[in-house]
Write a protein that binds this ligand. Structure first.
Ligand code: NAD
Length: 296
């Protein structure tokens, strides 16, 4: 069993850290939020007084933070913790950030003799709680295999996408596709409703037809079609519009750099940013459905 430092105990990181405790690892956790720390403490994690305290003597350092600036600041900023990390440790950043920042972090840590992989996740808060996340790893093959000791405690699938940064590229490709599917599912369901169809009946029909997709089947955006999904809980919990808008921004930056044509991704980003600017940033991303409803 490993000694693990876990930094960032939000919607995703909290349940991930708790699953590591359940898997028998010794977890020392840190977050800027005392409430988040109290939750993992109640489940058996040790609580650190600072991020550098958390990483002291750790075999693995896992971070799950909102965005690139938090991740780069944590490790390489003025108060950065890179100097406190053991040279034998493996740093695993599971946040969704841009591939360039992941490469900058990898290089900065390598300059201090510390190994690093980027390992963003797919599976959402439900997957984090259930321990069924998919980890998409960028980095050395040997580090990928070493990381499995802890990743297996939090997820079901681990993929090696390529060199450092490749995990992030694969992740934003997936999220760009997910956003397009969510928008298309929402407008289709609303058009059915506008024409007198029951959204549950329409969903059942499309699930047996060629429009079947993940958002329709497992994350239906229309309230009342599925139980236990954010749309049936006032769009609370799940994956926030703010984070989807961030990921689509990362996707379009990557597309610009590689001169890729991504018209559907660009449209989805604009729809999500408009939805965010209408005050829906903290709702689950399936709330894009609301923007298609007739208001009057
Ligand atoms: P969140 O906002 O719920 O949690 C982030 C946590 O980081 C907060 O508790 C915050 O206090 C803490 N934090 C911020 N800066 C810190 C610092 N310097 N030191 C210590 N703690 C700090 O976000 P989340 O939903 O858990 O998402 C985390 C990452 O996972 C994001 O990059 C997101 O894009 C990605 N992600 C989220 C989901 C999802 O469904 N929520 C799914 C896949 C990937």
């Amino acid at each position: 069993m490993a000694q693990v430092a876990f930094i960032g105990l939000g919607n995703m990181g909290g349940p991930m850290a708790i699953n590591l405790v359940k898997a028998g690892h010794q977890v020392k956790a840190f977050d800027l939020s005392l409430d988040a720390l109290a939750v993992v403490k109640a489940e058996g994690a040790d609580v650190a007084v600072s991020a550098s305290d958390a990483v002291e003597g750790a075999d693995f350092i896992i971070s799950m933070l909102p965005a690139s600036k938090h991740v780069l600041g944590l490790y390489l900023g003025e108060q950065g913790i890179a100097g406190s990390i053991s040279k034998q440790a493996l740093v695993i950043d599971c946040s969704t950030i841009d591939a360039d920042s992941a490469r900058t972090l990898g290089a900065g840590l390598a300059a201090q003799g510390i190994a690093f992989i980027d390992a963003p996740v797919s599976g959402g808060v439900g997957g984090a709680k259930a321990g069924t996340l998919t980890f998409i790893v960028g980095g050395d093959e040997a580090h990928f295999h070493r990381a499995k000791e802890v990743l297996q405690g939090m997820g079901k699938n681990t993929f090696h996408a390529g060199a450092i940064g490749a995990g992030q590229v694969a992740k934003i490709c997936n999220n760009m596709l997910l956003s397009v599917l969510m928008v298309a599912t929402s407008e289709s369901l609303q058009m059915g409703i506008d024409n007198g169809l029951d959204p549950k009946v329409l969903s059942d029909i499309m699930l047996k037809s060629s429009g079947r997709n993940w958002t329709l089947e497992l994350y239906n955006p229309c309230p009342g079609v599925l139980e236990n999904v954010p749309s049936s809980n006032d769009y609370q919990g799940g994956f926030m519009v703010d984070l989807m808008a961030k990921d689509l921004g990362l996707a379009l930056e990557a597309a610009t750099q590689s001169q890729s044509s991504t018209p559907m991704g660009a449209l989805a980003r604009n729809l999500y940013v408009a939805h965010q600017r209408s005050g829906h940033g903290k709702l689950d991303f399936s709330s894009i459905f609301k923007s298609f409803e007739r208001k009057a």
